[in-house]
Ligand binder design. Structure first.
Ligand code: G3H
Ligand code: ZN
Length: 338
């Protein structure tokens, strides 16, 4: 079916208390993994293209891949700009057929963020497209640890990783969080449709261990009444049971991804975890078939591994089963010609 806008999906998610997964479209195999999981799970889905993906594939190629696959999909698919950092970038994406935009003005002073967000909203709404904008700043893990420190941390038990990260990054993450007292003004003066609020997550984490801030999510939801977007979700601890199994203690004002969806997160962005699942699947296949000459036979297990991770997220978000119909046969399960 043709691409749909994110507005209809996220308003339904907000009303019904679930979230739509937004997965990054970094290459053909990842796009296929997302669509196959969505079709099998009967879940609406968002494929998003970041600045990095635009650099990697080129805007036209990345757009065409998503549009072509979405056209043949039996579930609603959104093509969303992820972290567009300029007015120009948003206009270019609108022009080539994106059905959802994002302006990330988190590096700008608040006034500039508001001014540019409002300009983008004006042109996007003129053609019926919704806009997400960022309040506060969602940091990335590289802001706190370099590659060597990250490797050392990753070798430790999850509970130790969290307590060390709390010491290294906790105060800074807290300081960067969206201020609920600015949220109403931000939303009213920009006219945005969804709020990407910094609520304690960190972009690019290697494992799902880190909590979100329940109090901030509730305050921002109450102040704006908009669907909220969780960025940096790969690193967020998924459930209470996971936290217990990993020995991670949550403070009373913290919550898991599953709980965050229940209190107002309607779009969950996952990128790093999908990339890592893909690499793991492909790496394991390569380890057992070192003489393989056909790259597709190594890439396909990567796709399958990413798909299973995405399926798990769709179930966690409650987006599975929201679309009528039965699962189509996944293209990746059809053996390609030798
Ligand atoms: O905008 C994209 C996301 O926030 C993805 O973050 O790579 O930490 O899952 P992640
Ligand atoms: Zn993000």
């Amino acid at each position: 079916m043709p691409l749909v806008t994110s507005k209809e999906l996220l308003l339904d998610a907000q009303k019904q208390g679930y979230a739509v997964g937004a997965f990054n479209a970094n290459n053909l195999e990842c796009i296929k993994a997302v669509i196959e999981a969505a079709e099998e799970e009967r879940a609406p889905v968002i494929l998003q293209i970041s600045q990095g993906a635009i650099k990697y594939a080129g805007l036209r190629m990345a757009t065409t891949m998503v549009k072509t696959i979405a056209d043949e999909a039996s579930v609603p698919v959104v093509l969303h700009l992820d972290h567009g950092t300029s007015f120009l970038q948003n206009v270019q994406c609108l022009h080539v057929g994106f059905t959802s935009l994002m302006y990330d003005g988190s590096a700008e002073p608040l006034d500039t963020n508001i001014e540019t967000s409002a300009k983008i909203v004006e042109i996007a709404h003129a053609v019926g497209l919704p806009v997400e904008a960022e309040l506060g700043k969602i940091p990335k893990i590289e802001d706190y640890v370099d590659a060597k420190q990250a490797d050392e941390l990753r070798a430790k038990p999850a509970s130790e990783q969290v307590s060390e990260l709390r010491k290294i990054a906790g105060a800074s993450v807290e300081k960067l969080m969206a201020d609920p007292s600015q949220a109403e003004h931000f939303v009213k003066s920009t006219g945005i449709d969804f709020l990407a609020a910094a609520v304690g997550s960190i972009h690019g984490m290697w494992a799902d261990i880190w909590p979100l801030r329940r109090d901030r999510i509730e305050e921002l939801r109450n102040a704006t009444n908009l669907p909220l977007v969780c960025h940096g979700s790969s690193g967020v601890i998924r459930t209470r049971a996971d936290a217990e199994a990993k020995g991670i203690e949550l403070a009373p004002n913290e919550c898991t991804l599953e709980e965050a969806v229940k209190i107002g997160i309607c779009k969950v962005n996952v990128a790093t975890a999908v990339s890592m699942a893909f690499l793991k699947g492909a790496w394991e296949a390569w380890q057992t078939r070192r003489t393989e000459k056909d790259m597709r036979k190594i890439l396909l297990p990567g796709l399958q591994s990413a798909k299973e991770l995405i399926r798990g997220y769709m179930r966690l978000f409650g987006s599975s089963g929201r679309v009528a119909g039965s699962a189509a046969v996944a293209a990746s399960e059809v053996k390609h010609a030798e």
